[in-house]
Ligand binder design. Structure first.
Ligand SMILES: [Zn+2]
Length: 210
């Protein structure tokens, strides 16, 4: 459901632009509101969430989808953890399509889906691992199935998945209220072999309000 935020950009406590194709790891405190902003349109923002006070507690896609009985996320969706606690709640959304099933692009999937010579292209999984290594609190084992904000991956009638042209646009955003202290791990997807970034990866912005 499309819900516009009443938050003023000028009142944001923190702003950061993630360059096209780059990772970003940061924290949002309990009660703060996080906006992910698709600056130029059709940019997949691959995202994972962890409890900052216990990083072994992380976003659980199975529990989240089962509890809301819906494969997609939008306003009102609660992101549940693997320990059964709410991590964040979606409180505004002007895109209304966020993928929970497609996962992150990787060397392996680029090779299988496209061609052997795509193996060394930049990927979201590499981004996640680089950011984890740099931060130190997260490890390879913490990289689970992620959310792809702004990415259009319809489930077909046969139960398959297709990577379709995006339905996001410049300035579309999603807002999440943190229900605990949260580590946010983002890969601003560098994928060039399918339309998830409109064949042209672009920057995305993070804004946080107290
Ligand atoms: Zn990707």
């Amino acid at each position: 459901m499309s819900v516009v935020s009443e938050k003023q950009v000028s009142h944001a406590a923190f702003r950061h632009v993630i360059p096209a194709g780059e990772p970003y790891l940061f924290e949002v405190k309990k009660g703060q509101t996080l906006r992910l902003l698709d600056l130029e349109g059709n940019q997949a923002v691959d995202t994972l969430f962890y409890n900052a006070d216990n990083p072994r507690e992380r976003y659980d896609p199975q529990r989240t989808l089962r509890r809301q009985n819906n494969a997609y996320l939008t306003t009102g969706s609660v992101l549940w953890s693997n320990m059964g606690n709410p991590l964040l709640t979606l409180v505004a959304d002007t895109c209304s399509r966020h993928d929970t099933l497609g996962g992150a692009c990787a060397q392996e999937s680029n090779t299988v889906r496209y061609a052997l010579d795509k193996r060394h292209m930049h990927s979201c999984r590499d981004n996640f691992l680089c950011a984890c290594l740099h931060d130190g609190r997260l490890q390879k084992r913490d990289i689970g199935a992620n959310i792809n904000f702004f990415m259009n991956v319809p489930v077909t009638a046969q139960g398959g998945l297709t990577f379709e042209e995006g339905i996001s646009a410049p300035g579309k955003y999603v807002e999440l209220r943190a229900e605990c202290n949260v580590i946010v791990l983002i890969s601003n997807c560098p994928q060039l072999n399918n339309p998830c970034n409109g064949w042209n990866p672009t920057p995305a912005e993070v804004l946080i309000w107290n």
